[in-house]
Design a protein around this ligand. Structure first.
Ligand code: ZN
Length: 238
């Protein structure tokens, strides 16, 4: 199984790796280790470059399956065993890390105020949307919520990555906040992102180390999508 560098070190933006397999039909490469996030939990996959000597292959898509992490590239595919060097489009990835952490912080604020679980979410670099089961919402709550979110972010709360045995995760009610994150039964270990003191949830994505890296966040819009169903859109201010 490939070493998923992004899972333990989100700040690693390049890596040396070896080709494990190539797929001529889909034009993609399986590597033994990678910094490229394959997408999931609302966070899009990374893009970037693979270098084979001086030849650059553009990585336009990254996916994961049982075999490992596949890097979809243009150009001629190097054979198994070839040494390559990978490099992320770091500006895009780092913006996604800031956006993703902002979204978890919003989950924490909504939970504190309403004990409402998140039911879905998605993001692009700099913008995110989260769906909540939030029957007690009032339009007058928008600005106080934005202020509270920014106050928490400015506190420079530590964001940690941990791994819990499955049984321990199942027994922890604070981790059941995400209604949709029904974890696959074969999973024996659960990765947990903790914005210390604000929000803790099972998650596979990449996050910043401290909340002040997110900067200021704007709550752009709160949409009503049906009975108790609210969609909150946020954006990084810069
Ligand atoms: Zn997440």
């Amino acid at each position: 199984m490939a070493e998923k560098i992004y899972s333990t070190d989100a700040y690693e933006r390049s890596m040396a790796a070896a080709v494990v397999d190539r797929d001529e039909t889909d034009r993609r490469l399986l590597l033994d280790r990678t910094v490229f996030y394959p997408g999931g939990g609302g966070q899009p996959h990374d893009v970037g470059s693979l270098w084979v000597g001086d030849d650059r292959l553009e990585v336009s898509r990254v996916t994961a399956d049982r075999a490992g992490v596949w890097h979809w590239v243009d150009g001629s595919l190097p054979a198994a065993g070839t040494a390559v060097r990978g490099e992320l489009d770091w500006e895009r990835r780092y913006t996604l890390m800031r956006t993703h952490t902002a979204m978890h912080a919003l989950c924490g604020v909504v939970w504190e105020r309403y004990q409402s679980p998140v039911t879905g979410g998605n993001m692009t670099p700099g913008e995110g949307r989260l769906d909540f089961d939030l029957p007690d919402w009032d339009a007058a709550h928008k600005f106080p919520m934005e202020e509270e979110l920014n106050t928490h972010l400015a506190k420079a709360l530590e964001v940690t990555v941990g791994f819990l045995p499955r049984e321990e995760a199942d027994a922890d009610p604070s981790l059941i906040r995400t209604k949709v994150s029904l974890l696959p039964p074969e999973l024996t270990e659960v990765r947990v992102i903790d914005i210390v003191g604000l929000d803790r949830q099972a998650d596979g994505g990449t996050h910043v180390h401290r909340t002040d890296e997110v900067g200021a966040v704007e709550i752009v819009k709160v949409e009503s999508k049906g009975k108790g169903f609210r969609r909150i859109r946020l954006a990084l201010a810069e």
